[in-house]
Design a protein around this ligand. Structure first.
Ligand code: MIC
Ligand code: SF4
Length: 647
């Protein structure tokens, strides 16, 4: 039987296990990327694991998240990252060079290769035909050292695209449609493969918009074929030699097939506060808008910015609306500066924002109280914009610019007529200047790593006790994201200082959580988290595991859990467990005293542990879904401990 693209790439990289859907396999990682907000911890762990050089074909360290530099902390992290990169053989992309996923697509992505990134939107490079996966920093550190990356061999969903998008309907509307169909829940262990004649109508950056936001579906990654369009894009980036053709065999099979006729799509928006809360722009038309932000790794390519610039040309932003535009990379910024499009954006009254994550991670341009903010980014989780009362809608650049000009939610094709839709061709050659990407040192021994006072050692965990005895330290509902667990925004600067950052765990859910949990830990009381469906959605930030570990959390019991967060919990010795009967969630409340006896024995012998509520005597049977490799880590207290034990 023939293979699909996912199987072709994965099978060529398997180093451990069998390619059977649902089973764990280890794969070789060709390329890695890190960004600064997760990278510092990843490299501290790389050092703690004792590696002396990266063993991948290519590893890049980007600085794009914490570029505000209010205080010394961010700059300290940058210098640490720069010196680590120089010493260990990693390329270093300086702040200002752009957002990791956009720059990687332009300068490094190679069809058919594997990419592991310490950021959940790493699947962006699926647009160029890579198997590109987001993971916690520790998994990326291991891969940089030449270790395998472990994942569940996936089920593959084929999304068959037919037809062609109509004017003013965009790639963003395609992925919003997929989100409407598949939702943000229940897609763990799955990869998406795009296929069909509609693929050839989409440029590589448009494909990347679609694979980027696959992260919001909770799939492991999404991938497009590598075809003539991919070849042209690579050639325009001066990298034609990286091209290979990638297509599914005619008799390839899939676990599920979804068909989307691109010509029937209309502009869509993800409404507050979930990327899966989809409505048509038509339904929202007329809602007054306060802020419009174009940018983020989802929609900040040359094409996206040119659409916005062309639509703004000769017009002015509506009074009362703040428009901000952030190009995804220095390459895009330079191209639109030189061709005059930037001047059209400036003249229309937009604010030009740095080529960085910026507003998307909530570290700047927070909207006003109760604002309606339209953004081309990928996440609108509650409070992520920095303003808890704001209502954030995720839209295409086309819908964003229509709202910026009219001051209300507007169907773009009704405001601009179809014939005015700018035809933006991918240039035959991009401006190529990699001078903000620093090569590693040729004399690594001469490099001393610079550690500012904000950079602490990664905390360690102790081996698992025989029993868990403690309290329900928090009980949370469904779809708790890692943003809920570990807020970013103004707290980001503490990413390298775990005791400080841990003060903000569950800050918005329960401001008393962190101090209560820390006090419990000091008294030897174990903290347990009880959660609903899809716990740990969103960001790959392993701080959502490290900081709870630091506060003495030993067990998370949920109805269901997302892939990256579950792996992060295991890496730091917190047991991820599931209610055998989801209704048992209701048996536990905040501060209830709980106990799980013989937990070590349950884990090693495959017996289902029982969570006993000492307050009401009720019991819940738990399911553990741990592979032998994960069992070792949980028992040892962390991946690092397990690795040391094995030596
Ligand atoms: C995000 O978009 O949520 C982030 C910020 O890029 C995160 C990484 C982080 O928390 O540093 C992600 O997507 O993994
Ligand atoms: Fe940066 Fe936003 Fe993309 Fe995350 S989603 S990498 S914060 S631009």
């Amino acid at each position: 039987m023939g293979k699909n693209i996912v199987q072709k790439i994965l099978d060529a990289h398997i180093v451990e296990g069998k390619p059977v859907a649902g089973q764990e396999v280890g794969i070789r990682i060709d390329q890695t990327l890190t960004q600064d907000a997760t990278g510092t911890m990843a490299y501290l762990q790389f050092e703690a694991l004792g590696f002396d050089r990266v063993k991948t074909e290519l590893s890049v360290s980007y600085v794009d998240h914490n570029t505000i530099q209010e205080g010394f902390e961010n700059a300290d992290d940058h210098k640490y990252l720069e010196t680590v990169a120089a010493k260990y053989g990693i390329l270093y992309s300086k702040p200002g060079n752009g957002i990791c996923h956009q720059v990687h697509l332009e300068r490094f992505g190679v069809p058919g290769k594997t990419l592991l990134g310490s950021d959940s939107h790493t699947p962006n490079n699926g647009g160029i035909g890579m198997i590109a996966i987001g993971a916690g920093g520790l998994d990326v550190a291991v891969a940089m050292g030449g270790g395998a990356f472990y994942l569940t061999y996936p089920k593959v969903v084929k999304v068959e695209l037919t037809g062609k998008l109509r004017p003013w309907v965009a790639a963003k509307d395609v992925i919003l449609k997929v989100l409407e169909i598949l939702t943000t829940k229940g897609n763990v262990g799955t990869m998406i493969e795009y296929a069909g004649e509609g693929v050839s109508t989409l440029s590589v950056p448009e494909r990347a918009t679609i694979t980027n936001m696959g992260a919001e579906l909770g799939v492991t990654t999404s991938v497009f074929p590598s075809d003539g369009t991919t070849k042209k894009f690579l050639a325009a980036q001066g990298r034609e030699q990286s091209w290979i053709e990638l297509k599914a065999d005619p008799d390839a099979s899939y676990d599920k097939v979804i068909s989307i006729d691109l010509s029937t799509l209309e502009p869509l928006a993800a409404c507050p506060h979930s990327p899966g809360n989809i409505k048509t722009v038509k339904e929202l038309a007329g809602i007054a808008v306060d802020q419009v932000l174009v940018g983020s790794c989802t929609n900040s390519s040359y094409r996206d910015i040119m659409i916005v610039a062309s639509a703004l040309k000769g017009k002015k932003v509506a009074p009362g609306v703040a428009l901000g535009v952030a190009c995804g990379s220095r390459q895009v910024l330079e191209m639109v500066s030189r061709n005059g499009a930037l001047a059209d954006i400036v003249s229309a009254g937009a604010r030009i924002l740095e080529s960085a994550c910026g507003f998307c991670i909530g570290n700047s341009v927070a909207p006003k109280t109760d604002a309606v903010s339209l953004r081309t980014s990928n996440r609108n989780f509650f409070g992520r914009s920095g303003t808890p009362t704001a209502n954030v809608y995720l839209v295409s650049p086309e819908t964003a610019v229509a709202a910026a000009l009219t001051g209300t939610f507007t169907v773009p094709s009704e405001y601009f007529c179809a014939s005015t839709y700018p035809s933006i061709e991918i240039p035959s050659s991009f401006i190529i200047d990699d001078s903000m990407i620093q090569e590693p040192s040729k004399e690594p021994k001469s490099i001393s790593i610079v550690r500012g006072p904000n950079i602490g050692d990664p905390p360690s965990n102790t081996p698992l006790d025989n029993a868990i005895k403690g309290v329900v330290a928090i009980r949370v509902g469904d779809k708790i994201t890692t943003d809920h667990i570990m807020p970013a925004g103004s707290r980001l600067k503490y990413r390298s200082n775990i005791p400080k950052y841990a003060e903000f765990v569950f800050e918005r859910e329960d401001p008393g959580f962190a101090s209560r949990a820390l006090e419990n830990r000091k008294q030897g009381i174990h903290n347990v988290i009880i959660a609903g469906e899809s716990y740990g959605q969103g960001s790959s930030r392993e701080h959502a595991a490290i900081c709870p570990m630091y506060l003495g959390v030993k067990l998370v019991v949920a109805k269901s859990m997302e892939r990256i967060h579950k792996a992060n919990l295991v890496n730091f010795g917190i047991i991820p467990a599931f209610f055998e009967n989801p209704a048992d969630y209701d048996l536990f409340e905040l501060n209830d005293q709980i106990e799980v006896s013989d937990i070590r024995q349950c884990i090693t012998s495959g017996i289902s542990p029982v969570l006993v509520n000492r307050k009401n005597g009720k019991k819940a049977t738990l399911k553990l879904e741990l592979t032998p490799r994960e069992i070792e880590m949980v028992l040892a207290g962390s991946l690092i401990n397990a690795t040391k034990n094995a030596k």
